[in-house]
Design a protein around this ligand. Structure first.
Ligand code: FES
Length: 109
C-alpha cells in the first residue's frame, strides 16, 4: 500500500481531529495541530480501546477523552499517565491541497 488521499487541507481546521478509515482497514486519527501541521496516528489509545480522534487537540498534543493521557503528535509518545506506551504514527505528505497518509509502516517504530 502506498500513500492514500484522506482529505484536502481545507477539510480540517487547525486544532481539529477526525477518524479516517483507510483502504487497508487501518483507522487513523487525522489531526491538525494548532499551527496547522497534519499528523496521522493509529486511532486507538494505547491505554484503552477508545478513539483518540475523539480527544482534544492542544498545541502539538492530543488528549485522550477517557482518562486524560496526552500524546505527542510527532512521536506518538504519551506525555502523561495512565498511558505508558506510544501509539503508531504514520507519515503524512501534502501534494498541493491534497493530504496523503501512508499507513504501511509507522514512522515511530
Ligand atoms: S483509554 Fe486513553 S487514557 Fe485511558
Amino acid at each position: 500500500m502506498s500513500a492514500e488521499f484522506v482529505c484536502t487541507i481545507a477539510d480540517l481546521a487547525p486544532g481539529e481531529a477526525r477518524r479516517v478509515e483507510l483502504a487497508g482497514g487501518v483507522a487513523i486519527a487525522l489531526v491538525r495541530d494548532d499551527a496547522g501541521g497534519f499528523h496521522a496516528l493509529a486511532d486507538v489509545c494505547s491505554h484503552g480501546n477508545v478513539a483518540l480522534s475523539d480527544g482534544e487537540v492542544d498545541g502539538t498534543t492530543i488528549e485522550c477523552w477517557l482518562h486524560g493521557s496526552t500524546f505527542d503528535l510527532f512521536t506518538g509518545r504519551p506525555l502523561s499517565l495512565p498511558a505508558t506506551r506510544p501509539v503508531p504514527v504514520y507519515p503524512v505528505t501534502l501534494e498541493g491541497e491534497r493530504v496523503l497518509v501512508d499507513a504501511t509502516t509507522p514512522a515511530n517504530r
